[in-house]
Design a protein around this ligand. Structure first.
Ligand code: NAD
Length: 504
């Protein structure tokens, strides 16, 4: 069916990244490509005893790494960023082959890895603690941030390299070893990243167990969640996964950072620049074939402009060029697998029960490559119910209308998830209300920008069923460290806080 030699291209990328040939070519975990829908070759899954040893080695490496000065740890991440930049094309090849991302998005994902390495290198000289005034004479009060321990990373298929790097680059400068359990759908991407980090570690003389890779399914992730040697479990994926992982980690008083599903909405007000809004929303709703956690799933549009906006979106969805994601000009790649289209069909089938209508899209597209392509769907609903309350990981945009702004805000927030949102308006008061404490309840809230395409400089994550975790920039690094509060007495006498006198 496909004329692209995906297996050959994957092998060439793995070779150029320096992946140990013993790790791929055969094995019980089949690497697949959504482009052809077919298996490429086997990959060696990590047996449980070996996974246990990987975690043990990371735990042992912690003893050395936590005492390595943070700027020296930063030099390892600097080298990692250089290697990623030098191998950008090969990594992007693997992202396109395994996740089906169009070329520009695959390259963008790798660029995000380079960016987070830059950020983490700077951070390695800025892990600031504060000094506070003590209430006692001759005393000083300060806080310090110390390395936390092994960080376990569980990641999803749709960001097969960037999510690891958000965690790994920051965790490494914070003094933490990293053990990664990538999605079973993207093992080749993981092998490529791991090889680059190992090369950087060898060049910088880092302890061998500092980076670990465990290939396998949810059982491998569960083992990481249960292991008391793993201080922080950073888990990215569905809310279903988070409901299992969060309590497991909490049961042993471990720390978790959950980055789960979204159900992201954009409000379009009557004063909005409609061309700007539509262009931005087409990327948010149909980009990555609707398979981003930040994909736009709901549009809340003022009733006076609803028909015009729907017509523009429908025309844009119809025009999106679908096909080989490696090819120039293609904007619509495949769904990850046929099950994703099944979930999309089921959601669209429930639209009539919710009193709505499918305006366009949802049908399979035969692009002649063998994988699962679909036309993004646009659905009008009379009220927010049924399929609009859940995250279907496929390109469906539900359109709801509003009359007054309070109603729009209420609809925006009336879903269980809380990842990303946006408003298009030229009314400054509306924009400010959207950003106010009574406005959007999401972790990411944008003005004249739709829901997807965050930059690494800000903290990334969301509230409610999205899990509450924050990764990437701002002060997200604090999740990867432990804080100590220190009181230093240089007065030579015992002075108790709050005026307590304990003199006999
Ligand atoms: P998924 O939940 O099926 O799998 C994610 C990862 O969790 C995989 O590595 C999987 O093996 C592992 N896993 C699954 N169940 C587990 C369990 N019970 N215990 C331990 N590990 C388990 O998700 P997916 O289909 O790969 O990715 C799509 C989902 O991820 C969507 O819901 C999307 O919104 C979400 N996502 C969220 C973010 C974010 O930052 N908030 C980013 C990307 C993707």
């Amino acid at each position: 069916m496909t004329t692209i030699d995906l297996a050959g291209r994957a092998r060439a990328a793995l070779e150029s990244l320096g992946v140990d040939p013993a790790r791929y070519g055969s094995g019980d975990l089949m690497a697949r490509s959504p482009i052809s829908g077919a298996g490429l070759f086997g990959v060696r899954a990590t047996p449980p005893a070996e996974a246990d040893a990987v975690i043990g080695a990371a735990h042992a490496a912690f003893a050395e790494w936590r005492l390595t000065p943070a700027p020296v740890r930063g030099s390892l991440v600097k080298r990692l960023g250089e290697l990623i930049a030098a191998h950008k094309e090969a990594l992007a090849d693997l992202v396109t082959i395994e996740a089906g991302k169009i070329r520009s998005e695959a390259l963008g994902e790798v660029q995000e890895m380079i960016d987070i390495c830059d950020l983490a290198v700077g951070l390695s000289r800025q892990l600031y603690g504060r000094t506070m005034p003590s209430e006692r004479p001759g005393h000083r009060l300060q806080e310090q941030w110390h390395p936390l321990g092994v960080v376990g990373v569980i990641s999803a298929f749709n960001f097969p390299v960037a999510v690891w790097s958000w965690n790994a680059a920051v965790a490494l400068v914070c003094g933490d070893p990293v053990v990664w359990k990538p999605s079973e759908l993207t093992p080749l991407c993981a092998l490529g990243c791991d090889a680059l980090l190992r090369r950087a570690m060898a060049e910088r003389g880092a302890p061998a167990g500092l980076a670990g890779l465990i290939l396998g399914g949810r059982e491998a992730g569960a083992a990481l969640a249960d292991d008391p040697r793993v201080a922080l479990v950073s888990a990215t994926g569905s809310t279903r996964m988070g409901r299992d992982v969060g309590p497991r980690v909490a049961a042993r008083f471990g720390r978790s950072l959950l980055e789960l599903g979204g159900n992201n909405a954009v409000i379009v007000a009557p004063s909005a620049d409609l061309d700007l809004a539509v262009h931005s929303m087409v990327f948010a709703a149909a980009g990555t074939a609707g398979q981003r956690c930040t994909s736009q799933r709901r549009l809340i549009v003022h009733e006076s402009i609803a028909d015009a906006v729907v017509a523009k979106l429908a025309a844009a969805f119809e025009r999106l060029p679908a096909g080989d994601p490696f090819a120039d000009g293609v904007l619509l790649g495949p769904l990850i697998n046929p099950a994703a289209h099944e979930a999309m069909r089921a959601a669209l089938a429930s639209v009539a029960d919710a009193g709505g209508e499918v305006v366009c899209g949802g049908e399979a597209l035969d692009v002649g490559l063998g994988g699962t392509w679909v036309r993004p769907a646009l659905v009008r609903l009379p009220r927010q119910s049924g399929p609009a309350l859940i995250e279907t990981f496929a390109p469906i945009l539900y359109v709801l209308t509003y009359t007054d702004f309070d109603e729009a805000l209420a609809l925006h927030n009336a879903v269980p998830q809380g990842l990303s949102g946006g408003i298009f308006t030229s009314d400054a008061a509306e924009a400010e209300r959207y950003l106010s404490p009574a406005g959007a309840d999401t972790g990411i809230a944008n003005v004249n920008v739709a829901t997807s395409g965050a930059e690494i400089g800000g903290a990334f994550g969301g509230e409610k069923e999205t899990g509450g975790g924050r990764e990437s920039g701002s002060d997200a690094w604090k999740a990867y460290m432990r804080r100590t509060t220190n009181t230093i007495n240089y007065s030579g006498t015992v002075r108790l806080a709050q005026g307590v006198d304990f003199t006999g």
